[in-house]
Design a protein around this ligand. Structure first.
Ligand code: SAM
Ligand code: SF4
Length: 332
């Protein structure tokens, strides 16, 4: 039995987030610039066998969940094959669970093949239910396609479906109640995310961001909320809506950081391992693999990267530096 992927603070790592591409079909203002994105070069992108190799070594070291993300992961041409290969990986605790975070635009055509390939569930970004707002916020008039994608995921059983909205002042903060109603009526889980300093334009401002406290206050004006106990390492804190069973979540990365229980590690589309969204350093697994490393060397690199993880992201520290890569190139 191999030792778990544990860091200096005793956090055992079980969740691997893999970014499959830095490309995207939307341009959400909190994530990407309108244009002029410096794309990763094709030759630096991990091939599917390279991705599967890193994932296999991680699963053998105790990772039990793989989340595919990006950029928009459904833009990867061989996404169904990637899922099929990852879903067969097995560790000591059995088969790994493979899920996906997506803007859902391509789900109408892909939901059934992805489910058949072994995908367990999806998280979908949905920041607004208003077509014009969606077009402004994502710089693309595609609300209809996102909604069709969510319905497609639901119809093939890719559940529980979780919907993510980044709460933004003057943009969608007046819609939190409507978004929860939309989700509850369909049996989905709505989750609000505090905006983090990860936008390419570096426009984030701590003083104007919408906080968890504010989101809850708005929701309490419309629903009875009771905290769900037993959060574990999950980023979202959950509340039952009007006595349950449906829940709403808030991911309060800024005002109530959950770094102390973090069990996540990230692999970028160009093969860099990041032990935190906000890390300044990366471990270059691509070069290691292309220079012919053994699985034992890959495992050692994974362990060293995790061992060096900091206690927290330090967004509130005076010396905080935004990561050099935007969220779309890290993998959310
Ligand atoms: N394209 C897919 C999507 O939008 O779901 C996957 C990648 S996206 C980078 C993953 C998640 O990161 C989304 O839920 C998105 O809302 C979130 N995100 C992006 N930029 C963010 C920011 N500055 N603060 C908080 N969340 C952010
Ligand atoms: Fe694309 Fe997702 Fe970023 Fe929006 S949040 S621009 S959908 S990667």
């Amino acid at each position: 039995m191999s030792a778990p992927l544990v860091d200096r603070f005793g956090r055992v790592h079980r969740d691997l987030r893999i970014s499959l591409t830095d490309r995207c079909s939307l341009r959400c203002t909190y994530c990407m610039p309108a244009d002029g994105v410096p794309w990763l070069a094709g030759s630096t992108m991990l091939s599917t066998p390279e991705i599967v190799r890193v994932a296999r070594v991680a699963v053998e070291a105790g990772v039990t969940e793989i989340r595919l993300t990006g950029g928009e992961p459904l833009l990867r041409a061989d996404i169904v094959d990637v899922v099929a290969r990852l879903a067969t990986l097995e560790g000591e605790e059995g088969r790994v669970e493979v899920s996906l975070t997506t803007n859902a635009l391509r789900l109408p055509g892909l939901a059934a093949p992805l489910r058949d390939a072994g995908l367990a569930r999806v998280n979908v970004s949905l920041d607004t239910l208003d077509r014009e707002r969606f077009a402004t916020l994502t710089r693309r008039d595609r609300l209809h396609d996102t909604l069709a994608g969510i319905a497609a995921a639901d119809s093939v059983g890719l559940s529980p479906i979780k919907l993510n909205a980044v709460a933004m002042r003057g943009v969608n903060d007046d819609e939190v109640v409507d978004l929860v109603r939309f989700a509850v009526e369909r049996g989905y889980q709505m989750r609000f995310i505090e905006q983090m300093p990860l936008d390419a334009g570096h426009t984030w401002d701590r003083t104007t961001m919408v906080t968890q406290a504010e989101i809850l206050e708005r929701l309490r004006g419309a629903f009875r909320l009771e905290e769900v106990p037993g959060r574990g390492s999950a980023p979202a804190e959950l509340w039952y809506v009007d006595g349950g069973p449906h829940t709403v979540g808030v991911i309060a990365s800024v005002t109530a950081p959950f770094c102390g229980a973090c069990d996540r590690v990230r692999l970028t589309a160009d093969g860099q391992l990041r032990n935190c969204l906000f890390a300044q350093d990366e471990t270059d697994l691509r070069t290691l693999m292309r220079e012919g490393c053994t699985d034992a060397e890959l495992d050692a690199a994974l362990r060293a990267a995790i061992a060096g993880k900091k206690a927290g992201h330090g967004i509130d520290d005076p010396g905080f530096l935004q990561p050099r890569r935007p969220m779309s190139a890290i993998g959310g």
